[in-house]
Design a protein around this ligand. Structure first.
Ligand SMILES: *Cc1c(COP(=O)(O)O)cnc(C)c1O
Length: 365
């Protein structure tokens, strides 16, 4: 294991080492099965057990109430940008409200606009998406089909700490880059979706948690794969699901339960990790400048700049040389982005902190 780097990639991202080790042990033959997870039927008893375990594990971890359904889908978060309005923004509802706190929210809006009427309830563009709205700044319509938020904007590094109040209107959340990073009050949500490859597993799996009553909105004439009701009726086995992704997701959930000790503990650890990096930024006399305002910054994606691009380049090269990998910011924001999801160990973050302090002391002025 000596050749594993600390991988700060925004996604696909680092996975817990014990999960990878377990998958490696079982790759040729699952215990008692004699074949690999990559080779068995999605209708087999073995896979039924894995799917059931993943569902039960997630239900326990998030305390998912009985009137919610878990769907294991494909197509990434981007397919949800379309499926959400296709299923929920129906003839009986006038429009959907979008709160834009960064790049992904804008992408979600763009796709939704192809499916039906949409409204922007708040847009942080004027401040280059460095903050979240105050609750009195939201222009929500009381008869909207739903309100859409992006709980953590992966590119800009701003994150909701609390859900906005939406009254009777269902809250829909793209939680792709902070899913399972803290406990949630799920009753605040109508629908929550997340691609797996940031914080929950490999690319190819997308999770949807939907309040049961909303399934009734799915129009019967939607193509089958795009219809939530069909996936729910068939227990995510309408078509062949992302078998390997679900297997890894199940291992990640077990890791969170058994080795981390649940989401409260995971959140405490995530807050500690983020604090380590923000402390360096805040005490660097302006050498490092965080993109997001302090009160809204993300505990998952830490985004910051150096005084000039020369030093940013030097920073990235020296970091890579020290086994601190994939720290380059998204091209639209530039600078540096350290993605410190659940699976990034504390040691990885403290190595980065030490590196940042050392780099600043040698390159300031
Ligand atoms: C990565 C990401 C997406 C896109 O996910 P895909 O699986 O590539 O479609 C959408 N929203 C957020 C918040 C993300 O971080």
């Amino acid at each position: 294991m000596t050749d594993r780097i600390y991988n700060f990639s925004a996604g696909p991202a680092t996975l817990p080492l014990p999960v990878l080790q377990q998958a490696q042990r079982d790759l040729l033959a699952l215990p008692g099965v004699g074949a690999s997870i990559l080779e068995i039927s999605h209708r087999s008893k073995t896979f039924a057990g894995i799917l059931d375990s993943a569902k039960k594990g997630l239900t326990e971890l998030l305390s998912i109430p009985e009137n919610y359904r878990i769907l294991f889908l494909q197509g990434g978060a981007r397919l949800q940008f379309s499926m959400v309005p296709m299923n929920l923004l129906t003839a009986n509802t006038p429009s959907a409200d979008y709160i834009l706190t960064g790049s992904w929210g804008n992408s979600a809006l763009k796709e939704a606009a192809k499916a039906g009427p949409v409204r922007v309830a708040w847009d942080g563009k004027a401040d280059r998406y460095d903050r979240l709205p105050a609750s009195n700044q939201l222009e929500l319509s009381s008869d909207a089909a739903y309100v859409h938020i992006t709980s953590n904007e992966t590119i800009e590094g701003v994150q909701f700490r609390e859900e906005p109040e939406t009254g009777q209107v269902p809250l829909v959340c793209d939680a792709s880059s902070d899913f399972l990073h803290r406990p949630l009050e799920l009753t605040r949500y109508g629908l929550l979706y997340a691609c797996a490859q940031k914080n929950a597993g490999p690319a190819g799996l997308t999770l949807v948690i939907i309040r049961e009553d909303l399934l009734a909105r799915s129009p019967a004439d939607l193509p089958g794969y795009l219809n939530y009701q069909i996936h729910a009726d068939n227990d995510s086995l309408w078509n062949t699901p992302a078998v390997f992704g679900i297997y890894i997701f199940d291992l990640v959930v077990r890791w969170l339960q058994q080795e981390i000790g649940g989401l409260d503990k995971m959140y405490a650890r995530n807050v500690d990790k983020a604090r380590m990096l923000y402390q360096v930024i805040d005490s660097s006399n302006g050498f490092y400048r965080g993109h997001a305002r302090a009160e809204d910054r993300s505990v998952m994606n830490v985004t910051f700049r150096l005084p000039d691009q020369e030093r940013e380049k030097a920073f990235l090269a020296a970091a890579e040389h020290n086994g601190l990998s994939s720290l380059k910011g998204h091209r639209s924001v530039g600078g540096i982005r350290a993605s410190i999801y659940n699976a990034m160990p504390v040691e990885g973050v403290s190595s980065l902190r030490d590196f940042m302090q050392d780099f600043a002391s040698r390159h300031a002025s």
